[in-house]
Design a protein around this ligand. Sequence first.
Ligand SMILES: Cc1ncc(C[n+]2csc(CCOP(=O)(O)OP(=O)(O)O)c2C)c(N)n1
Ligand SMILES: [Mg+2]
Length: 368
Amino acid sequence: MTETMLSILTPEGLRRAVDLSDELLLKMYRVMLMTRALDDRAMRAQRQGRIGFYVPCRGSEACHIGSAAALEAEDWIFPSYRETGIPLLRGLALDPMIAQLVGNTADIVKGRQMPNHFAFKDIHFTSISSPIGTQITQATGAAMAARYRKDGRVVLTFMGDGGTSSNDFHSGLNFAAVAKAPIVFFITNNQWAISCPVSEQTASETLAEKAAAYGMPGVRVDGNDIFAVYEATRKAAERARAGEGPTLIEALTFRMSSHTSSDDAGKYVPKEMFAEWEKKDPVDRLRNYLMAHGLWDAAREAALLAECSEQVAAAFKRVLSQPGQPIAGMFDDVFAEMPATLQRQREEFLAELEQLGEIENRSQAFPL
Ligand SMILES: Cc1ncc(C[n+]2csc(CCOP(=O)(O)OP(=O)(O)O)c2C)c(N)n1
Ligand SMILES: [Mg+2]
């Protein structure tokens, strides 16, 4: 079974009208450029040893920015780990994101999560978890709760092509469909799960067709076409909010980077693939549309590029100027009242550190 792929944006314009205001288009474009600037700078900061680890999202900006833009601000996002643009779309400043990468005193989770594992409750963006697929069942549970509470909220959860092989994929989709939970399952099919190509991930022709087995609609979209992504998600969210249950969206895109800062995709992704997808860059495609429709020009492009890179550089500088987490803090926030045994360990540990003269010499380097 092969579904046709929803694609709306062509080099000549739109195949059909989409209910998307110029204002929102320009906002999404701005967030895409800011996300790229953050992505580039974060990778450089990792190479410079300023942060320990980063997960680039280059190439999949239209997938997560376009789909999140189709939701309401109160709706919950259960991310995978490559949805860096969503907090920015929801108005979060750069500083808390960068602080999470650095893990110093500016970080709201006190450096206790792995870098790039953001969690921003105020903007309804739940914590990223490393184990593949766990967010799918968590998101389903949250959507079922929303249905019981009748709070009108929709949940949008992301996973990669590799994530569709997880046990949570089955449990999450099955429960959600049976319970008619208000959830949108969004697969960012970037064709690779680290070095495993999608052809070795599944024998299904498409990932979207897996929806049929669960009794929900499956839609395949061009993931580098922000109009198609927005439109498919808007429809799925509308359906979810109307009590009609979940939808599975597969967005076809390409990871225009390595898996993470610890990987080198040049060792296993064919060079021609990079060249082919470079021509379909989602940021270029939206820019071309905006320019062709008089919504953008070269001067505005240059000004915005400069602004994004200055803002990201300034935010990194502000965050990096903050002190590291106090080492004794690792004993905090575990018990409401610290047990005597832990108290003793803490004192012994501090006495030992003092003896070694290491208390003042804490570096902020991440031990990877
Ligand atoms: C349960 C589990 N198994 C293996 C890993 C190691 N791992 C981290 S990312 C990844 C690949 C995931 O690929 P995909 O779902 O396509 O997402 P992408 O990285 O392409 O965005 C793997 C195997 C893990 N984190 N969790
Ligand atoms: Mg993948």
